[in-house]
Structures are given as structure tokens and as C-alpha cells.
Design a protein around this ligand. Structure first.
Ligand SMILES: NC(=O)c1ccc[n+]([C@@H]2O[C@H](COP(=O)([O-])OP(=O)(O)OC[C@H]3O[C@@H](n4cnc5c(N)ncnc54)[C@H](O)[C@@H]3O)[C@@H](O)[C@H]2O)c1
Length: 255
């Protein structure tokens, strides 16, 4: 029997690099997976691929900022796949800018997607976990919760907020056997990271600099990040709650 067979997992941002790697891994371990991502995303293709391999998957177009959309998506998951007892929140955006020119609309979007969009799936899935007698949640966070960067204040602020949310809810939900932890990657080699690096004046120099920020002198793969999520969701991590795991190649020890 596979690690998560009989369980239903919801993954937000499931069509992104880390979300897709996590979704595929949980499905390979027997979970029925619900892929919550924006309508224009590749979530349908990934769900189709999992179903073709004999798994159970549904792509449910959802904007995680919208409470009505999240509530409807969770109700659909419960009706079509079963009550969810695993949740991974990965959906996030990044808008950068100097503090004096940053638009309030952009600040608010960052908070709406990256913080409210983590709170809402938890709010609507926890009742299913309570009814089932327990569950496990992983919030995708970042080393950015611990360090700052010029122009990156909105993103760093949202990652710090997610870490604090994780710690508070771990206390609140522990009596109901619901564990909640965070995974903090350093730089991850994804198409988005590549596009950003290639858009800069000296991509080769930036790539070398970014790799060198990590003691292991490279970026993580999405699969390496997904493996930490898998472990935290599993009973092997049964005594972990309110904690964070760094999948950062030694980024933090170089600070
Ligand atoms: N890529 C990195 O280097 C890196 C490093 C550290 C932490 N992280 C964390 O990993 C997570 C995702 O990273 P990624 O590299 O996979 O990014 P990505 O851009 O590939 O994926 C993000 C996904 O979220 C979805 N999304 C965005 N807004 C949404 C909304 N309103 N509703 C629903 N879905 C929405 C996007 O469509 C996309 O599929 C983030 O939480 C980020 O903080 C990434």
C-alpha cells in the first residue's frame, strides 16, 4: 500500500514548478489530488497525466484570493474525491519595487494572494480534517522569511506572515491532531527563476551569484522541495508541528 492511499490532498499553485512536482509525488504515493490553480494554468494537463497513469486527480480552477471560489473548490473536492485531510499551499506571486514607488494595489495583491490565499484554503479545509479526526498541512514558505532584499519587501513580508500563521495555527490545531509546518527553500531552479535570470543584464554572472548563495553552490530542484513536503505530510513526521524545514543547500548557514 502506498504512503497516502485513501487520502485526499489539495495543492494550491499546483501547476507551478514546485506545486506540480509536489502534486505528482503525492499522487505517485497514492493520494487523490485536487489541483487548485488559476484558470489559465496547466493544471488540467497535469491532472490528465496523473489520471492516465491510474491516479485520481481533479483540476479545479480557483483564485485563492477569493473566499467564495475557495469554498466552492473545497466543496467540489469533498464531493468528487472525498474529504481532504492533506493540504499544501504553494500558490504565490512576486511583485518587486522600491518602497517609495510601490503601488498600494500591488502591495494589496501580494497580501491577498500570498497571505489571504494561504489562510482561506486552511480555513475551509480544516473542518474536513476535524471531522476526519486529524490532518496535515504544509505551507510553502522561503528563506525570504528570514532575510531581506532591496526591492523585495512585499515578498519577504508575505513569507514572514506565512511563517507566523504556521506557528500560531500549529498551537491552535494541535488538540485536533492537525499538524502544520512550513518548507523554506533557497533559490529553486524553475522556469520562472530562469526567465528572471535571463531577463537581467548579465545572466551568467547572476546565475553564478545565485548558486553561490548556497553552501552546495547550486539551486534546488522542485523535486527536492517536494520530498520535504511529502515527509512532513506523512506519519514519519508525526511529532513535527509548527516547525520549518530548510531545503536551502546551506543558504541560511552562510548568512
Ligand atoms: N522558485 C523559487 O526559487 C522559490 C524559492 C523559495 C520559495 N518559493 C516558494 O514556492 C512557491 C511557488 O514557487 P514556484 O517557483 O513553483 O512558482 P510558480 O510561479 O512556478 O508557481 C506558482 C503557481 O501559483 C499559481 N497562482 C498564482 N496566483 C494564484 C492565485 N491567485 N490563485 C491560484 N493560483 C495562483 C500560478 O498560476 C502558478 O502555477 C511560492 O510559495 C514561493 O514563495 C519559490
Amino acid at each position: 500500500m502506498s504512503e497516502f492511499s485513501g487520502q485526499v490532498a489539495v495543492i494550491t499553485g499546483a501547476a507551478g514548478a514546485i506545486g506540480a512536482a509536489t502534486t505528482r509525488l503525492l499522487a505517485a504515493q497514492g493520494a487523490a489530488v485536487a489541483l487548485l490553480d488559476l484558470p489559465a494554468s496547466r493544471a488540467d494537463d497535469i491532472a490528465g497525466e496523473i489520471v492516465a497513469q491510474g491516479g485520481r486527480a481533479r483540476a479545479i480552477p480557483t483564485d485563492v484570493q477569493q473566499e467564495s471560489a475557495v469554498a466552492a473548490a473545497v466543496a467540489q473536492v469533498a464531493a468528487e474525491l472525498g474529504p481532504p485531510t492533506l493540504l499544501v499551499t504553494v500558490a504565490a506571486i512576486n511583485i518587486t519595487g522600491a518602497v517609495e514607488t510601490l503601488r498600494v494595489e500591488d502591495w494589496d495583491s501580494m497580501m491577498a494572494v500570498n497571505v489571504r490565499g494561504v489562510f482561506l484554503p486552511i480555513k475551509h479545509i480544516v473542518p474536513h480534517m476535524q471531522a476526519a479526526g486529524g490532518g496535515a498541512i504544509v505551507n510553502m514558505c522561503s528563506v525570504s522569511a528570514f532575510v531581506g532584499s532591496s526591492g523585495g519587501a512585499p515578498y519577504h513580508t508575505t513569507r514572514g506572515a506565512v511563517l507566523s500563521l504556521t506557528r500560531s495555527l500549529a498551537q491552535e490545531l494541535a488538540p485536533q491532531h492537525i499538524r502544520i509546518n512550513a518548507v523554506c527553500p533557497g533559490w529553486v531552479a524553475t522556469p520562472f527563476t530562469d526567465a528572471y535570470i535571463n531577463s537581467q543584464p548579465d545572466p551568467a554572472a547572476l546565475r553564478a551569484y545565485a548558486s553561490g548563495l548556497h553552501a552546495l553552490n547550486r539551486m534546488a530542484t522542485p523535486q527536492e522541495v517536494a520530498e520535504a513536503v511529502r515527509w512532513l505530510l506523512s506519519p514519519l513526521a508525526g511529532f513535527c508541528t509548527g516547525s520549518e524545514i530548510f531545503v536551502d543547500g546551506g543558504f541560511m548557514i552562510k548568512r
